[in-house]
Every structure is written in C-alpha cells, then in structure tokens.
Design a protein around this ligand. Structure first.
Ligand SMILES: [Zn+2]
Length: 187
C-alpha cells in the first residue's frame, strides 16, 4: 500500500458530530465486568471502544480480515484498513468462531445493547430509562482514547499504554504509546 493511495480510501471513522453520551469511567468499568461473562461481547465492546469504528464496520473486524504483522483489518479494495491495538490483538485469538461473532454483531442492538442497561441499572450506575447504543461508545472512545503521534495507533488513556520518551533533538520528553515509544518501525 502506498501513501498516495490513502486519499481515495473510504473512511470507517465518523467525521461528523456523533450523537451519543460519553460513558463515565465507573460505567465503563462495570460494562467490562458485564463483558467478563462472554469474550465475544468483550471483543465487540473493545473494538468499538478502543478503535472508535462505526458499528457498520464491526463486521469487518473479524479474525479473517486481520493482518497480524501490521495489526490491520484489511477488508476490501478502496476501504481504509482499520488499525487495531494490542488489546484487540490479545482478544483476537479468543474469538475464532466467526459464526458466533458474526451472529453477535448482527444482533448487537437486540441483545448486547438491550441487556446491558439492565445490568448497569442493577448496579445503580445508570439512571432508569437510559438506553445505550454504539454512538455512546464512539463518543466515549473519542473522550478516553488517543492516537499515538509516533505510530498512529489508538490507545486508551491508561498508564500502561503510554511512556514518556526523550528524543535527541528535544528538550522535553514527549508522550508516545508503549508499543512504539516514539520510534517509527523500520527505522
Ligand atoms: Zn505509538
């Protein structure tokens, strides 16, 4: 793939303002507790949350589209590949039954997003009648995940994902992801 080709790619990211409500950190924490019961739920949530892809592109975030060497979901001519991070990479080998995964993705609204609020309500972590959808996760991604200026992959704002690295030409250390540490691969 050449850089000049990138302009004709169709982006899987939303550039328009997305309607959704940013989840609080306690809510995210409880959602992860809920997900512990099912690795396919965990995978769908983390792909939406960690990578910020639109729900309609979730069906391309399958093991069969994963290029493990470059950590990309590559799924078709003219479509911008989706970069995935180390957390999604760790989950990929656990969701190899793509039939189950595709079925879960198809039913994400009727199953995952309709059951999750009951659990969170039971934990007294969301108000009654609060519905959840993929837009809430997308705006939460935008709030809590950042793009590494070194490698362009996205990571959540937890300490283990980030390091301060000092370059020879710079007085100040700068923030980079713990994977690339500010050193571009291949250099
Ligand atoms: Zn990086």
């Amino acid at each position: 793939m050449f850089l000049h080709d990138l302009s004709k790619f169709i982006s899987h990211k939303k550039t328009k303002k997305t309607n959704g409500t940013i989840l609080s950190l306690p809510q995210i924490s409880y959602i992860r507790k809920y997900n512990e019961g099912n690795v396919y739920d965990e995978y769908m949530f983390e792909v939406l949350f960690q990578l910020g892809v639109q729900k309609k592109y979730l069906k391309y975030c399958l093991p069969r589209y994963a290029d493990f060497a470059s950590k990309l979901f590559v799924f078709g001519e003219g479509k911008e590949p989706i970069k995935y991070n180390n957390l999604v990479e760790e989950l990929l080998p656990k969701v190899l039954d793509e039939k189950i995964l595709e079925d879960k993705i198809k039913k994400i609204n009727h199953q995952y997003f309709s059951r999750l609020p009951d659990y969170l309500l039971d934990k007294k972590i969301i108000p009654e009648n609060r519905k959840l959808n993929s837009s809430d996760i997308l705006v939460s991604h935008q709030a809590y995940c950042f793009t590494c200026p070194g490698c362009g992959y996205e990571f959540e704002n937890v300490a283990q994902n980030w390091v301060l690295a000092k370059m020879k030409f710079d007085d100040q250390p700068r923030l980079f992801c713990a994977q690339c540490k500010g050193v571009p691969s291949g250099n």
